[in-house]
Write a protein that binds this ligand. Structure first.
Ligand code: ADP
Ligand code: ZN
Ligand code: ZN
Length: 737
């Protein structure tokens, strides 16, 4: 057995299995114990398989008598530093998640599979002392060498890859090395550079922006909500806070929503910080690129880390500021596996690191608004649009009793035509993709259902398919009713594809650009698709919420919201909040340049009080009203809420499991004003991918009361031997579906 100073060496490991504990192993045979450092990855045998585990702790004894040796150490240097290990453990405890699964979620796929980190090591060219002593004007006789020298003098060392990308020939680098002016060094990986970023100078801050910046101390932990209308210059505030962190030699972390991380956003940031390396972490990257970017962040090589949800789990050795853009966005909450909220964890990370965190949004979540109004966060506001842009005018177009054309009122179509004729751009927001959300038989009333879910199939006419948007089941379009063989089938309701057909026919002289998940397989595709719109020529954009954010399109002067009603009548108590956020965000696309904007909102219920409030007083007043209603109804964010979820092909089993869970919870904490239970009840989408879904809702006045209860519930539930039943604890659940 391996020992250090006579003490046994036992490795405490996070193993990626669905059990809420660490596992003890002996060091791999033949490994020098001095090489073992917490944070390293290590291969272990587990239940007949070979898994990549992370060394969390080295201890002298184990409660278990028989320990197996681990197989092989993967990393020389640890990937997770002490702070990030403490952070991941905290998150595992808070979300009742298996800690090994949390480590796995923190790692990019290639590293999760055990690929060695030095696979992505880089060669760096740096100046020697002699080289550093030269003036910029040296080497005038050899212009290529001079250009390289000037680059290294001005911006410091460069990786081989980056030099190649910048077009410096290998002959020039070799010459500098031979002259003893530069030398190669092996070092950590660099993130791939952001293409086409022309360095840009910052604008002068307006008064509101200056005030906001002054309110955020550069040092120490503070949490702030930045509530600022779209176009009010929030991004500019983020850039300044990043600059501050960089100036102090720290890293800046910016979290953005899944669809907000556009090449345009990246270019804007790269343009501002030309001398700094940026690691972008998002789902559009190939495994190798992602591993490179992750290692650059985790090794401290990258100064700026921009990423979607899981970027919050990336270790940062020298964090200086944490920023969350569009903090209300649903994509910050992971909805399966380890169900964490990156937005909420960003505050924990900042607190642990003793740095400021800023949550920004034009439409803050009620959670953050509540924290701001109750004084837990600083509440910062930007009320005016930056530059010269004016707030848009909003009008409701009542649709009840109107002669609609594929869902559009005649005056709305007229406005679109006028806008295009003036040489400006229009944007039409439709909250459904596909041609129509249902197909029905006019003779017998048959409806095309998904065989696996409690939902209808969406008609995608161009692909001649019926598709389920919940489980992705697909079948060819039928010509006749499978029930009565009638040929008169009707498409009910509208979607992006159907509107595109109408609008492309009606406005044939102008490009009609449809943006939804079916037309934009990648971020690059979206960027390309939007190129004509960015160039400023008159065009008509139509699409889903992908159009609502991230794109700065100054020539859009008309925004049409085809149907504002969907979310006002949902069974999910968060639906009005989401609807309000979406409408405000879409409306915010109008008039972002120097042209005035107009927003037309179609509704069957123009008198609905929430819609009225939103349109007349704006999101801020609307959100405060919703918050009052949540208080009255004793719902989050006033109370903490967790769901215990269960799903199974056999509905009775899922229900019985949750009945039993409720029994256990009530035995520990009987129902009282402080702790309340509801359920088991069926989820809003009762059946998905062939499984029936139920949940048990637990709410508490104090969040801290929930953790010990749920921890003990998980211990019980881990003993569940029914392999066909899946269960999960969803702390701070965002969806009742
Ligand atoms: P937000 O993130 O709140 O939507 P942005 O930061 O993207 O707003 O700013 C909107 C537009 O206003 C951008 O084109 C930006 O360059 C510009 N802008 C921001 N701050 C200023 C300023 N202080 N002076 C002039 N223009 C500004
Ligand atoms: Zn029929
Ligand atoms: Zn389905």
């Amino acid at each position: 057995m391996a020992t250090i100073g006579g003490q046994a060496v036992i490795l405490r490991l996070a193993v990626p299995v669905p059990l809420r504990r660490l596992f003890d192993y002996l060091p791999p045979s033949g490994t020098d114990p001095a090489q073992l450092v917490p944070g390293q990855r290590i291969w272990v045998p587990f239940g007949g398989r070979k898994l990549v585990a992370v060394l969390v702790d080295i201890v002298g004894e184990s409660p278990l008598a028989e320990l197996k040796p681990a197989l092989e150490l993967i990393d020389q240097r640890p990937l997770f530093d002490e702070r990030s290990r403490a952070f991941l453990q905290w998150a595992a405890d808070y979300y009742q998640a298996p800690v090994g699964e949390l480590y796995a979620a923190a790692l990019p796929v290639a590293l999760r599979k055990g690929k060695p980190a030095d696979h992505w090591a880089e060669q760096w060219l740096q100046l020697t002392t002699e080289g550093k002593g030269l003036p910029e004007s040296a080497l005038a006789r050899a212009p290529k060498q001079q250009a390289l020298l000037q680059l290294l003098l001005a911006r410091g060392r460069h990786s081989r890859t980056h030099l190649k990308e910048l077009g410096h020939p290998a002959t020039a680098t070799r010459a500098l090395v031979e002259r003893g002016l530069a030398e190669w060094q092996s070092g950590p990986t660099v993130p791939p550079p952001i293409p086409d970023a022309e360095p840009a100078a910052p604008p002068e801050l307006n008064e509101e922006q200056q005030q906001v910046l002054q309110s955020v101390a550069a040092e120490g932990f503070s949490a702030s909500l930045l509530e600022g209308t779209t176009g009010s210059g929030k991004t500019e505030v983020y850039l300044r806070l990043m600059q501050r962190a960089l100036d102090r030699g720290r890293q800046a972390l910016l979290l953005v929503p899944e669809i907000g991380l556009t090449p345009q956003t990246l270019r804007r940031i790269a343009a501002r910080f030309p001398g700094h390396s940026i690691a972008a972490l998002h789902s559009g990257l190939a495994d190798g690129e992602r591993a490179r970017a992750w290692l650059a962040a985790a090794s401290g090589q990258a100064d700026i880390v921009i990423g979607t949800r899981s970027a919050i789990l990336t270790p940062l050795p020298r964090p200086g500021v944490v920023l969350v853009d569009e903090e209300h966005d649903g994509s910050f909450k992971q909805q399966d596996g380890v169900r964490y909220s990156a937005r909420d964890l960003s505050v924990v990370l900042a607190r642990n690191a003793g740095v400021p965190v800023l949550l920004g949004s034009a439409t803050p979540s009620l959670e953050s608004l509540h924290n701001a109004l109750s004084g837990r966060y600083q509440h910062l506001r930007l009320r005016r649009r930056a530059g010269d842009a004016k707030p848009p005018q909003i009008h409701v177009v009542p649709t009840l009793g109107q002669q609609l054309e594929e869902g559009f009122a005649p005056q709305v179509l007229r406005h679109i035509g006028d806008t295009l004729a003036r040489g400006e751009q229009a944007l039409v927001f439709i909250n459904r993709r596909g041609f129509a959300p249902a197909l029905t038989c006019d003779d017998c009333g048959w409806l095309a259902d998904c065989p696996h879910c409690s939902s209808k199939l969406t008609l995608h006419r161009r692909q001649r398919q019926l598709r389920c948007h919940h489980c992705d089941y697909r079948r060819p379009l039928v010509d006749a009713c499978p029930q009565c063989h009638s040929r008169s089938l009707s498409a009910l309701g509208g979607g992006t594809e159907r509107s595109e057909e109408l609008l492309a026919g009606r406005f044939a002289d102008f490009p009609v650009i449809r943006v939804d998940r079916d037309t934009t397989a990648s971020k690059q595709a979206l960027d390309r698709l939007l190129a004509p719109a960015r160039d400023g020529e008159p065009c008509l954009l139509l699409g889903t919420q992908m159009l609502a954010k991230g794109h700065h399109l100054p020539r859009v002067t008309l925004v049409v919201i085809q149907d504002a009603d969907g979310g006002l009548f949902s069974a999910d108590f968060r639906a009005p909040e989401r609807t309000g956020q979406l409408l405000e965000q879409v409306a915010g696309r109008a008039g972002r340049g120097d042209l005035a904007g107009r927003v037309l909102v179609q509704s069957r219920f123009p008198e609905h009080p929430l819609l009225q409030l939103l349109l007349e007083k704006g999101y801020s007043a609307f959100a405060r009203q919703l918050l009052r209603e949540r208080t009255a109804a004793q719902l989050p964010p006033l109370r903490a809420m967790a769901l215990v979820r269960a799903e199974c092909e056999e509905p009775r089993w899922a229900e019985a499991f949750l009945e039993e869970a409720r029994g256990h919870l009530e035995a520990m904490a009987p129902s009282s004003p402080e702790i309340q239970y509801l359920g088991p009840v069926p989820a809003l989408l009762e059946r998905k991918s062939g499984r029936y879904r139920f949940y048990l809702q637990v709410t508490a006045e104090q969040r801290g009361r929930l953790q010990p209860l749920l921890a003990r519930l998980c211990q019980w539930a881990e003993g569940n031997r029914n392999r066909r039943l899946r269960w999960a604890v969803d702390m701070d659940a965002q969806e009742l579906s």
